[in-house]
Design a protein around this ligand. Structure first.
Ligand code: BGC
Length: 743
């Protein structure tokens, strides 16, 4: 279940404050109200100061200079007619100065506590400069690794993204938005951005309403339930209506159905872009559609400032609606305590990138690493037996690239690289020789191969740090071919020819298709872009100080042509199995049309991914046994307990992420073959066993039916508990009774 934050329920502000806001709104001119609904970019200098003094701006973004921010807040307080403080926004996506793994990496930790702590530290560091609002968490479910923004996401699964997204909200906002070091969060991008066609950024999304409700909206509802202060409307076109002008999303779902009381900000110029989409003819109509749909604040473009006065005068927008919008913005300012104090003293805060923050980032990075392969137990490296290690690759000693996308305030100089960390860890016991092999990850030159091969030949083992530079993922950075770019595969092949044990560390912003190289390396550690402390975290794992424990938050395809590929797909009427698939190379000449059988697979890529969702290896082994269920014939509405025995049958203390999957066999709409409905991180000593239990309530069994009602239907269910979405240990139950509707 998603934990609730103390700041939940945005509608219970003390009466006195509500009254003060009401009085303030009553005193505001229409222009001042529209000013509060306008957000401008912070680099405006004198003009921005004038706008603040004249009450023409309610929020700024992208200024992190404390002196500037304090001066703007002073002007807002002392020189503007009503003295309303500013919201100061910034993209604090995976850390402020101390950079944590990219959100997709954090999701691989499956650890809400780690995610919450990362957001708490990010908020604390950001707040120390005067920032009081972040545009995070990004909780777009996405099933397309071509999309560059998958790096910012929490992966493909609505349940995982709900739990971790809510944890991020709690980390940023704490129990009290007015507390020191807490900042307002923003659930983005509402909604459907992750379904961007072909994985090309900003592209159209077409999502049937039923799928929208079952897959894409749950993380947003979880964020709303966790008390997220704001929402951001997406850039994208959803079913023909761009999100920034989408009444169905913002009025019907967000406000009417969910009763959301925070406010909605547009994305960067996304209101003006309604005309670029071809949804409106000009800025005035764009302002009308966005305001009418319920976008409360406009980011950067100025259609509200330019056209809302006329739209109100013409009676097309009711000023009472404007009052509601302004009130929702002022409420968040009140919650942040800005009316009492909007001045920031950096010295009141702990230092940026201090030791404690570094340690938290190291732990997060360590738990984010997913071990995808470990042939012949080549890992962990036994530093006692090694004399020489070759560390090769353009990402082995690059303090900037390991930080990943969206690190406006991160600094390469704070990073500890893998080279430095390995050398620090092994001292003079092991010689760590380094060669880049390639100038960068896109390089198509073999010029540095010879040096790398020579180092490999002289070493006992080779660690290769490859992947993607930071610029290859993130906003507007989609890729159509998601193999290792440049000549990285050629470098792997050249090093494999030395016959030395090859350990591949991948730093990347997305799942890459590794099919061509998976057989050429002995071990693979997938560390995503691991952040400031990536080096020490990966070294901890390479050297066996900690076992890898991350699990994939997203499916790894064999080839790009399989996309979208995700574990929680539908069964189809002709599901494949290993007996029904044929390979293109094995087909007889002139084989008759139906001779291969008639099931749903690719002749050249089967139907399975390279690595499934939830998968990740450990240095120890975990065995699952003895699954138990509280009742095989429970009634609709009753809670069901399911548990299994987890045993550490290996030789090392380690953590396992125990996952529970459910299948509702028959539904009013077809149901996925499996859905994640619970997980727990469990630490066990060698030989230790523990029963791990889950409770299934009506929430876990519910789905949206053809009429878009949230229902629990009676019938047969299967349940699996195990270490990935391919878990085999299963039980089942028959839910008795009648269909019930849930709120
Ligand atoms: C992105 C948002 C971001 C905003 C402000 C946009 O381009 O889509 O995610 O918060 O810029 O920087």
């Amino acid at each position: 279940m998603v934990e609730q934050a103390g700041s939940k329920n945005l509608d219970n502000l003390p009466v006195a404050i509500e009254q003060r806001i009401g009085e303030l709104v009553a005193r505001m001119t229409l222009a001042e109200k529209i000013g509060q609904m306008s957000q401008l970019s912070g680099s405006g200098g004198a003009e921005l100061k004038r706008a603040v003094a004249e009450g023409r701006v309610g929020s700024i973004l992208n200024d992190v200079n404390t002196e500037n921010i304090n001066e703007l807040q002073r002007i807002a307080r002392e020189e503007s007619r009503l003295g309303i403080p500013l919201l100061v926004g910034r993209d604090v996506i995976h850390g402020f100065r101390t950079i944590f793994p990219i959100p997709l990496g954090q999701a691989a930790s499956w650890n809400p506590a780690v995610v919450r702590e990362g957001a708490r530290i990010a908020a604390l560091e950001a707040a120390s400069t005067g920032v009081n609002w972040t545009f995070a968490p990004m909780i777009d479910v996405t099933r397309d690794p071509r999309w560059g923004r998958i790096a910012e996401s929490l992966g493909e699964d609505p349940w995982l993204a709900s739990v971790l997204g809510a944890a991020m909200v709690q980390g940023f906002q704490g129990d009290d938005l007015a507390g020191k070091g807490t900042i307002a969060a923003c659930a983005k991008h509402f909604a459907g951005y992750g379904a961007t066609e072909g994985g090309r950024d900003y592209n159209t999304a077409n999502i049937p309403e039923n799928e929208l409700r079952n897959v894409y909206l749950p993380p947003f509802q979880a964020a709303a339930d966790a008390g997220v202060a704001t929402f951001m409307a997406s850039f994208s076109d959803l079913n023909g209506v761009p999100a920034s002008g989408n009444e169905f999303l913002m009025k019907q779902i967000l406000r009417q159905e969910w009763g959301y009381k925070g406010f909605v900000v547009s994305d960067w110029e996304s209101i003006r872009q309604l005309s670029v989409h071809g949804f409106t003819a000009n800025d005035k109509e764009a302002a009308y559609e966005a305001a009418n749909a319920g976008v409360d604040m406009e980011m950067v473009s100025t259609t509200y400032a330019d056209h809302l006065p006329a739209l109100v005068a013409e009676g097309r927008i009711d000023e009472r609606e404007i009052d509601r919008m302004v009130t929702s913005i002022l409420r968040i300012k009140a919650r942040l305590g800005l009316f009492d104090n909007s001045h920031t003293e950096p010295t009141d805060f702990p230092a940026l990138v201090n030791q404690q923050h570094r340690e938290a980032a190291r732990q997060a990075a360590r738990q984010s690493v997913v071990m995808l392969q470990n042939r012949n137990r080549v890992l962990p490296l036994n530093s006692g037996k090694l004399n020489t290690l070759a560390l090769i690759g353009p990402l082995a000693d690059d303090p900037y690239e390991q930080l990943g996308t969206w690190i406006f305030d991160g600094q390469a100089e704070d990073s500890v690289t893998l080279l430095q960390a390995l050398r620090d860890a092994v001292g003079n016991k092991v010689k760590v020789n380094f060669a880049r092999g390639l100038v960068n990850t896109r390089s198509k030159s073999r010029a540095e191969f010879a040096e790398a091969i020579a180092l490999a030949e002289a070493a006992d083992a080779v660690v290769l740090a490859l992947g993607e530079e930071a610029i290859l993922s993130g906003e507007a950075h989609s890729r159509a071919d998601i193999r290792l770019p440049g000549y990285q595969q050629q470098l792997i092949e050249a090093l494999a020819a030395t016959g030395k044990p090859l350990i591949l560390v991948v730093m990347a912003g997305r799942p890459l298709t590794l099919t061509d190289i998976v057989d050429k390396v002995d071990a693979i550690l997938y560390s995503w872009h691991p952040g400031t402390m990536g080096g020490p975290a990966i070294a901890d794992i390479l050297l066996g100080k900690h076992s890898p424990s991350g699990k994939l938050p997203v499916t790894f395809p064999n080839t790009v042509g399989q996309i979208p590929i995700y574990y929680s797909h539908k069964n189809t009427g002709k599901p494949p199995s290993d007996d029904t698939i044929a390979h293109i190379d094995d087909i007889d000449a002139k084989a008759p049309q139906t001779s291969l059988g008639m099931t749903s697979f690719y002749l050249d890529a089967g139907y399975k991914p390279l690595f499934p969702f939830g998968f990740g290896l450990s240095y120890t082994e975990f065995a699952y046994s003895d699954i138990r269920i509280s009742s095989e014939r429970p009634h609709v509405g009753s809670d069901i307990q399911v548990s299994a025995l987890l045993t550490n049958t290996g030789k090392m203390e380690a953590e396992e992420i125990v996952q529970l999957y459910l299948r509702d066999l028959v539904g009013n709409v077809t149901r996925p073959v499996r859905e994640l409905k619970g997980f727990q991180r469990v630490r066990l000593q060698p030989g230790e066993a523990r029963r791990v239990g889950f409770t299934l309530t009506s929430e876990e069994l519910a789905f949206y039916n053809r009429k878009m009602q949230k229902v629990v239907e009676p019938g047969q269910f299967h349940v699996w508990i195990g270490g990935s979405s391919e878990a085999e240990l299963a039980t089942q139950f028959e839910l008795l009774g009648e269909t019930v509707l849930l709120p």
